[in-house]
Design a protein around this ligand. Sequence first.
Ligand code: PGA
Length: 256
Amino acid sequence: MNKALRKAVIAGNWKMNKTRPEAAALIAELKPLVADAGCEVVACVPFTNLETVLEAVKGSNIKVGAQNCHFEKSGAFTGEISADMLAEMGVEYVVLGHSERRQYFGETDETVNKRLTAALAAGLKVILCVGEMLADRENGITGELVALQTKIALKGVSKEDLKNVIIAYEPVWAIGTGKTATAEQANEVCAIIRGVIASIYDQEAADGITIQYGGSMNAKNAAELVAQPDVDGGLIGGASLKAVDFSVIVKAATEG
Ligand code: PGA
């Protein structure tokens, strides 16, 4: 299937950055810069910014996402937010399984699967993050590792529901380090993940799924990365906090 037929998605992962006034200002700056984007543009913002950003993006092509959700619908889970709570607000996307959640907050492939299932049931679109640590790459197990992460996260997900899942390949050694995977490395692993999707579902599902690269993607290296045949956009951390840089990446995906 022609890459051009798949939807490229450029999603900003703001992480734990921006107060509400700062968030509103960033969206206001971004709106005109990405108004003619030929790809999907998403801002994944802290929970405290969701209402502000949902209001700020009105009348624009920017979609709004959260950065996590819990797997239960409600109950005694202090500090957590459910998928239903996000959906009710009008949030469209949620990032799940980010390596920072896995590293610092005890996320496992199993809890990622539970969160993903809950998010899809609530009608959210999921950006599922997978990726290897540097030691995994050095040990030559990158392919096996991302295959396992992908398979466990998608356990029990139907082919129909898969249409609401995007996968972000994010090598942990490239996140926030300024050390980007080469375009070839990024494409190789995105292609492996696509093969895993074909093995779980079928070729049609594999051809249709959006697979992003993430990890120090910026205004300078984005064009080469998103031009790769199996890279359908990006999940952007640091560079998503600067409107102009983010818009250059959106432009690259529009052309790529
Ligand atoms: P980075 O983060 O672009 O700052 O490397 C990417 C991410 O963690 O999604």
